[in-house]
Design a binder for this molecule. Sequence first.
Ligand code: PLP
Length: 361
Amino acid sequence: MTKRVHNFNAGPAALPLPVLEKAQKELLDYKGTGMSVLEISHRSKEYDATQKHATDLLRELMGIPTDYKVLWLQGGASTQFFDVPLNLQQSGKPMEYVFTGAWSKKAIKEAKLYGEVKVIASSEDRKFTYIPKNVVFSDKAAFGHITGNETIGGIEWQYWPTIPSSVPLACDMSSDFMDKVVDVKKFGVIYAGAQKNLGPAGVTIVIVREDLLGRVPENTPTMLKWKTHAEKDSLYNTPPCFAIYLCELVLEHLKGLGGIPAVEKVNREKAKLVYDIIDKSNGYYRGVAEKDSRSLMNVTFNLATPELEAKCVDEAKKNGLIGLKGHRDVGGMRASLYNAVSLESTKALCSFLTRFKEQNP
Ligand SMILES: *Cc1c(COP(=O)(O)O)cnc(C)c1O
């Protein structure tokens, strides 16, 4: 049998084993074409069916209303950091952002290229260890922006902020995409790089309400207008076919598990197991995030010293537990528990952490 580790990588990250096996099985002869999906035209009927199916599954699983478009784009979530203000800006109106860590910082930096940015709430005062409470956007804003989950800090919105219905809310859901049930109607735009919680690197999802597509200035490059891709069903140019195909397989897999409500239930169970280890360790493991802002997806924690953390990461690796080193900017440790990380892998992590504490008092 092929050796598979317990994968806690932050992104690109674990994919469900049945998905990888199906992709492997179909690789040489896709739907009887005698070619792989990597080798066929993006205008072929076989590929067309794949992309449509992926879109339909996404719509079904997330309950995306009919007045929203689903776009499959390239450039990563980082491209959306400028594409969001580019497509949603309105002259004379400020763009309102919530500043919760490394990813929102990058989004804010790009928005400033387009006009006035107002940071209406921030958790910088306590090193981004929490999501600000009672956030309210004003009706003066062109749009509001939040980062659903700060992948590096390990904090996630547990409630959605208040925003006037006339102001669209944009959300970077790269690392919390489909980790829980979300009411899409609350958002004007949801975007996410696929490589954390949906599929492989190379494709970015944008879910955008149709009435917002007309805002983009005419002199914007064609490829940067959401409208272009919305009008052509993400086939204006060559889409990242293989990445979208893998997303289709992941979505099928999630549907088979019972959809997002079932996935959310397991995610809550997984996160609780690891946070319980932290909370019951008498300070041996110290959680980074404040309790009411803890991420379901990225559990960040520290040990007494960087040396002990390095030892823990190293020994974990020897035990087949991969990807537990914290982000290089903040250090510490991080266990990413994305949808594809099984309850079994999470339990293996918990047993290891319990053992490590006993053996390294
Ligand atoms: C990883 C990540 C990004 C960057 O995604 P790319 O696809 O690499 O550009 C942006 N936002 C969040 C929250 C992330 O976790």
